[in-house]
Design a protein around this ligand. Structure first.
Ligand SMILES: [Fe+2]
Ligand SMILES: [Fe+2]
Length: 410
């Protein structure tokens, strides 16, 4: 049996496992002999690889061509990134293996911010480290909810709202409408024919799904303006998109309802960190610098450095904006999901964040992979063997968002 990328499937190869789409619907049966029409089906539904009988020569050759020394160096670099993760756990071990494989041949520090500590202002003396107090006393005002997010949130809470109502709000922002159409026509949904209007997208995909997607994408505009010397804003957004996509894939695998809400939760999970970078840049500089020196995770340094964590700041913002409670649950508990009021959803975002960090898919400034909450992992009932396909699907889907980020950069 061998895993073969969809682009490398040859005529007459035999499937050694059935192929399902993201929602678990059967696309092709085990034993199917492959031909051009089957390959078309796989591409149409965004399946990036399949298991086939026998061994695939091309892939074997590629593997043997990789320099052993390079693999060893990458393994050591990745081991450093995993220093807070217990590699005796089967899920952590599998993720480590995939991270080494994924980063071999690439710069293994890809996605990890390497800012010299002299630039981070580690010599700055913070007079009052408790930023939560500053927020509560309104010494620093948090951003207001973007008006389009307010309208979308309102309309989605209205049971009588129609597809046209959502389409009308989304169409007020041409850039949002263009991006949404790009996403609904990408591997993220994998529809066979082109969807050319927002109202059609809402009709086909659903009011709640398109509304949530539009809401999440509109919120990330507040990530804009993060000081460059602290954080690459695009890497920050990419980390959010990656975590959102992985959360959605994992929740679909677990047959959870409201996969769209999991996407938005993943997309916005580190929103509190964006607030720290934008509104408290001196504190952020000291925080980043201290975590580099101590080798601790960023969130472990936050309480001593800022008086509270990024998850707590995210919670304050979401409460102020009156966004749905589930978003608050998933975002404020993504580092301690077992303590969440709804642990299943928070656990999905927790695992997705670990995967995104392990693979270096964007960055929120964290250089290390956060530890796995093993209770949360056990409660999900996932198998470590799912990571390989989940990561490949996620990278495939991330490409639609990457082109959006590229356009924004230019
Ligand atoms: Fe986080
Ligand atoms: Fe994160």
């Amino acid at each position: 049996m061998a895993i073969v990328h969809t682009d490398n499937i040859k005529d007459n190869m035999i499937l050694s496992e059935e192929v399902k789409d993201i929602k678990g619907r059967l696309l092709l049966k085990k034993g199917q002999q492959m031909g051009p029409s089957h390959i078309r089906i796989l591409k149409m539904w965004g399946v990036t690889e399949v298991n086939v009988a026998g061994e695939e020569e091309g892939e074997k050759e590629t593997e043997s061509a990789i320099d052993q020394k390079q693999i060893e160096k990458t393994r050591e670099d990745v081991r450093q990134n995993f220093r807070h993760v217990d590699l005796n756990h089967p899920a952590a071990r599998e993720l480590f293996r995939l991270a080494v494989q994924f980063r071999t041949g690439e710069d293994s520090s890809k996605g990890i911010i390497a800012i010299p500590s002299s630039k981070l202002g580690d010599s700055v003396q913070l007079t009052s480290p408790d930023i939560r107090k500053k927020i509560m006393l309104q010494e620093v005002k948090l951003p207001e909810i973007p008006s389009i997010v307010f309208e979308l949130n309102d309309i989605m809470a209205d049971p009588l709202a129609s597809a046209d109502d959502i389409a009308r709000i989304v169409s007020k922002s041409p850039s949002l409408a263009t991006l949404l159409l790009k996403i609904v026509n990408s591997a993220f949904y994998g529809f066979p024919s082109k969807i050319d209007s927002i109202s059609r997208a809402v009709t086909i995909i659903g009011t709640r799904e398109i509304g949530s997607l539009a809401l999440g994408i509109s919120v990330i505009t507040i990530f804009e303006g993060i000081p460059e010397k602290l954080m690459d804003m695009f890497a920050f957004m990419r980390h959010g998109f990656a975590c959102g996509i992985i959360s959605r894939i994992l929740s679909a695998q677990k047959d959870m309802p409201q996969t769209e809400q999991l996407f938005v939760s993943g997309l916005l999970h580190d929103i509190g960190r964006a607030i720290i970078y934008k509104y408290f840049p001196d504190h952020a500089g000291v925080l980043l610098s201290r975590s580099i020196k101590s080798g601790n995770l960023l969130y472990q340094e936050e309480v001593s450095c800022l008086g509270c964590g990024h998850t707590g700041i995210g919670r304050i913002l979401l409460k102020k904006w009156k966004l749905p409670f589930n978003l608050e649950n998933n975002i404020s508990c993504h580092h301690n999901p077992s303590a969440a009021p709804n642990p299943a959803q928070a656990s999905i975002v927790h695992v997705a964040d670990i995967i995104a960090n392990a693979m270096g898919l964007g960055s929120s400034g964290e250089r290390l992979v956060p530890p796995l909450d093993t209770n949360a992992w056990d409660s999900l009932g996932l198998s470590p063997s799912c990571f390989d396909v989940v990561i490949r699907q996620a990278i495939n889907q991330l490409s639609a968002f990457d082109s959006f980020l590229r356009q924004k950069k230019e």
